[in-house]
Design a protein around this ligand. Structure first.
Ligand code: ZN
Length: 277
């Protein structure tokens, strides 16, 4: 079974946990690492014959159109992470609509391909803002991968279905981040900080369990800054945010390689949108 590999294309200073420490006005003056890191990811995927979906920030695409074109030229799916990396709850519906419309237009103009998928910053779609799925359909998107059916301090919708579903009629298809159900609880199994925290064997077991026990493809995600242990260190952030961001960065690339060796990977649209099979 093929699983979906996804990359949220943003830089180290875009992460929500740093939002209170790095004002948006500073973004343009910080040293960017995303271009080189995406190039490294493209090399890595090519080496293992894997295809992936790149949920790319409009902010990044505007400044680095070359990587947007490289993503498409390498046979990957170009998708949207919105423009300015605001959580859905931080934006009134009209602003959300403008953000996702702007990001889609920028990406499509640069790459010349249709953008079908969207991932909300920090998996910030939940039971309080399912209207966003209708707004995405209105903006021309076909699917979202923005709900994480887990309990977490910053995101999550533990009661959401764990696999593809359409929470709102007239809204896009939702493809939730992968979880494993154990002892009546959903455990996060989609990557991110947990992938760096847990031993690799645990992550491998969880993904294999979703494939075998649930008979479903998994959706794995990571960020370009996670394979970049040399990134500038952010001062003044709390201990928890620091731990989550910097933990085991130096081990990430090696673990990704094992993941690429142990499983087969493809784009979200090929795995989940029937008509592109
Ligand atoms: Zn993000």
């Amino acid at each position: 079974m093929k699983n979906a590999m996804t990359i949220d294309v943003e830089d180290y200073f875009h992460v929500s946990a740093f939002a209170h420490h790095i004002p948006r006005e500073h973004w343009d003056h910080l040293p960017c690492r995303v271009e080189r890191n995406v190039e490294r990811i493209l090399e890595l995927l090519a080496r293992y014959g894997a295809r992936a979906t790149f949920f790319t920030l409009g902010w990044v695409a505007e400044r680095y159109p070359r990587i947007v074109r490289a993503i498409v030229e390498n046979g990957h799916e170009l998708a949207s992470h919105g423009y300015g990396h605001r959580r859905v709850a931080e934006q009134p519906p009209a602003e959300f609509r403008a953000d996702v419309t702007r990001a889609k237009a920028i990406l499509e103009d640069i790459a010349g391909v249709a953008v079908k998928g969207y991932r909300a910053p920090s998996f910030s779609i939940n039971g309080d803002n399912l209207w966003a799925l209708e707004a995405l359909a209105e903006a021309g998107y076909r699917y979202s991968s923005s709900i994480y059916p887990v309990r977490h301090d910053h995101y999550g919708m533990p009661e959401a279905p764990r696999f593809a579903h359409r929470p709102r009629q007239g809204g896009v298809l939702e493809l939730p981040a992968t979880t494993v159900q154990l002892f009546g609880r959903n455990l996060p199994a989609a990557g991110g900080g947990y992938f760096r925290l847990l031993p690799y064997a645990v992550s491998r077991w969880m993904l294999a369990r979703v494939n075998r026990h649930d008979g479903q493809p998994g959706i794995f995600y990571f960020h370009p800054w996670e394979i970049d242990p040399q990134q500038p260190r952010q001062k003044g952030v709390g201990a928890k945010a620091r731990f989550r961001h910097y933990l085991n960065l130096s081990r990430m690339e090696g673990r990704l390689i094992r993941l690429l060796e142990d499983f087969q990977w493809d784009r979200m649209d090929r795995i989940f949108l029937n008509e592109t099979r």
